[in-house]
Each structure stands twice: as C-alpha cells, then as structure tokens.
Design a protein around this ligand. Structure first.
Ligand SMILES: N[C@@H](CCC(=O)N[C@@H](CS)C(=O)NCC(=O)O)C(=O)O
Length: 224
C-alpha cells in the first residue's frame, strides 16, 4: 500500500489531497515539524528530512509535484492527469511545476524572514520582495481563471492540486487578501471540493491519533 509521510499543512498536503481525489488506499504517517529535528529515525527513510516522502513498493519519491504527476497517472480513468496526446499536456506539466517552483518557493522566504527568524535576523525587504514576486506571478493566472474554472484541459487536474497548495500556503502567510478576484474565486472553488475538505480532516485526525500537534507548522512559529 502507498505510504505517505506528512506534516500538517506542509507540501505533503498535495499528495494527500490528490490521494483523496483519486480514492486510492494509503497509509498516512504524521511527523512533527520539522521531522529532521523531531524525528531522527525519519532521516533513515528520507536523508533530506523533508516531507512529502512517498513509498509505493520499490518507489520512493520526495518531490510533491512529481508525486502528484505519478499518482494521477496511476489512475488515468479518474481524469486527474492530462495525457501526452491531449492538447493541454504542455499546460498541465507547466502548471504542475509552476505551483511548486514559482509559487511556493518564494513563500518559504516570506515565512522564514517575516515570521520565524529571531527579530535581529528578520528581513522586511526580503519579505515584501518575495510576497510581491509570488503575487505578481499569481496575477498571470487571472485572465485564464476568468474564462475557465480550472487551470487546463477544461477540468480539475493534478495541476490544480499543485497550485491549490500554493494558495493554501499563501492563505497561511496572510497573502490571500491580496489575491485578484478571479484567483480568490478559484481558491474558494478549490476549498469547496469534498476531497480537499476530507484531506484537512484526515490530517487532523491522523495527527491526533499519532500524538502529533494538529496545528499548522507556520502557526507554531516554524518555517515550512
Ligand atoms: N520541493 C520539495 C520541497 C519539500 C520541502 O522542503 N518540504 C518542507 C515542508 S513544506 C520540509 O519538509 N521542510 C523541512 C526541512 O527542510 O527540514 C517538494 O515540493 O516536495
């Protein structure tokens, strides 16, 4: 069975949400954040110490966007991947990676230098520069989201999960009120999905059952 290592609200939420969308069976292993500090045994499984870490038989994966691509292709009949022979294949891959490489990474700088470093190491200029970086790139989605409910292929896909997680993180760092209306409406749509809501419930219940705090790391003063 697929085993997913996860911390509350971390990037491992992407595969968790997608597993719920797909209805695939999985085991969720919760860790306090960051696992490399609080759970040394985890380093033997994933020397990077990061989540997600996904194990599926002999397969081991640690990149959330790649895991989404992998999981969506496991169940093509669910329509959450875009196949290479569909016209939107390029858009699909682009948005799948845009969610992590372009939208999520700058937010980790906002978190770190705006909230979690001790006051003498905070960098307000870095925070504002990377918040703007993220918001200006998000704005590029607005014209498309005015026309279409989802990012590509005329349907919800794993690319929406990737970008959707970046919006979840943005809402944790206080950027959601700066979303353009089409992006805000898209974020509302994503949050209404039953699988998104289930994933939130599943991570909370698993955390409580496994003795891990159900509070998001960023709300406990730890960087993601
Ligand atoms: N590019 C990777 C980044 C993984 C990553 O940095 N995850 C964070 C959580 S959001 C983490 O585990 N940080 C803990 C650490 O760096 O020790 C992905 O998309 O999965």
């Amino acid at each position: 069975m697929i085993k997913l290592h996860h911390c509350i609200s971390a990037r491992s939420f992407r595969p968790l949400w997608l597993l719920e969308e797909l209805g695939l069976p999985y085991e969720l292993v919760m860790h306090p954040f960051p696992p490399r500090v609080h759970d040394e045994a985890f380093l033997e499984l994933n020397p990077l110490g990061t989540v997600p870490a996904l194990f599926d038989g002999e397969v081991v994966m640690t990149e959330s966007a790649a895991i989404c691509q992998y999981l969506a292709s496991r169940l093509p009949e669910a329509g959450l991947e875009v196949a290479p022979d569909e016209p939107a294949y390029g858009d699909y891959l682009n948005f799948l990676h845009f969610g992590e490489a372009t939208l999520t990474f700058p937010q980790t700088l906002v978190l770190r230098y705006g909230h979690f470093e001790p006051p003498e190491r905070r960098q307000p200029q870095v925070v504002e520069d990377y918040a703007r970086w993220c918001l200006s790139r998000l704005r590029t989605l607005a014209p498309r989201l005015e026309r279409e409910p989802f990012l590509c292929a005329g349907r919800f896909t794993a690319a929406d999960v990737s970008v959707g997680y970046a919006l979840l993180l943005a809402s944790h760092v206080g950027l959601a009120e700066r979303f353009k209306p089409p992006v805000a409406a898209y974020w509302e749509r994503l949050q209404r999905r039953p699988a998104f809501r289930r994933a939130l419930g599943v991570e909370r219940e698993a955390a409580l059952a496994q003795g891990v705090s159900p509070e998001p790391a960023m709300e406990m003063g730890k960087a993601c």
